[in-house]
Design a protein around this ligand. Structure first.
Ligand SMILES: C[S@@+](CC[C@H](N)C(=O)[O-])C[C@H]1O[C@@H](n2cnc3c(N)ncnc32)[C@H](O)[C@@H]1O
Length: 257
């Protein structure tokens, strides 16, 4: 089957809908996930760049953890709009939100390097994952941290690549059906485990996550060790890692030596 490679999905539109449901409970979960991944309770005195900030809630978590300066960037203007709504609600002065791509050298030249670079679930959606990882790594200060999450390569990766291409080439009704084909089994699985049916890890929502998963394209993936060896060659050592066996994200925190 031949799929035209055009993209009709906007991450930002999905984030604008998600933030309408965002509340204190989501925020606490988001902040806890950031603290656990970085293994830090406070970011006092640290600068933080949130690459592909999406809704902006992890930037807000960094502010809440007393980061000195937070820069969020996203290539989708609607994500920037979502981040600005969250920013206005919270009146955070040390927070700037920029529209730009991690693949754009001119844009990156205007950024200062930072203590912590956070790129959760982003770099595999850029269309040039390894370049995006390389560019992000260059933004990390010496002794600084680079936290990222990248889709795992597993036996179903090829299927999901086709699924996402198909989604991006179909009309509204087929798209809804495709989202529900992901959303409903997840709700059912959670009910079976006696978990809240609609709340996802990291303060996310099961429904908007299903939309993100169905539509999120470009889509690349890598094995845990491929990421580790790529960054090792660039003088990073792994200090925290969360492996998945599923199609979801492997998570990493590297320190620049
Ligand atoms: C799945 S979302 C993740 C959002 C957020 N990091 C989180 O953990 O909730 C991916 C985000 O990356 C952004 N993105 C995709 N390509 C990008 C690029 N080249 N540069 C910057 N952001 C990009 C998308 O617009 C989207 O908001």
């Amino acid at each position: 089957m031949n799929f035209r490679e055009h993209i009709t999905f906007s991450f930002g539109e999905n984030w604008l809908k998600y933030i309408k449901t965002f509340d204190e409970k989501n925020f606490k979960e988001a902040r806890l996930s950031l603290q656990e991944l970085l293994e830090l309770k406070s970011l006092k005195g640290k600068s933080f760049i949130d690459i592909g900030c999406g809704s902006g809630i992890f930037s807000l978590a960094a502010i809440d953890m007393n980061a000195q300066k937070v820069i969020s960037l996203d290539s989708d203007s609607k994500s920037v709009e979502a981040g600005n709504i969250i920013k206005r609600r919270n009146n955070a002065k040390q927070w700037s939100i920029l529209e730009g791509s991690i693949l754009n050298k001119d844009f990156l030249n205007n950024l200062e390097i930072a203590d912590i670079i956070y790129a959760w679930g982003v770099l595999h959606h850029t269309g040039d994952m390894w370049k995006a990882i390389d560019n992000s790594a260059k933004l990390v200060k010496k002794e600084g941290l680079f936290a990222l999450a990248i889709y795992n390569r597993c036996w179903t990766s090829g299927f999901w690549l086709k699924f996402k291409k198909l989604y991006n080439n179909r009309g509204r009704i087929i798209k809804k059906i495709m989202v529900f084909s992901i959303f409903l089994p997840r709700v059912f699985a959670r009910l079976m485990k006696l978990k809240h049916p609609f709340q996802e890890k990291r303060g996310m929502s099961i429904y908007y996550d299903a939309v993100d998963w169905a539509g999120g394209f470009p889509y690349e993936y890598a094995k845990f060790d491929e990421i580790v060896s790529f960054l090792k060659k660039r003088n990073f050592i792994l200090i925290n890692g969360v492996r998945t066996k599923s199609i979801g994200c492997n998570q990493f925190v590297f320190k620049k030596t």
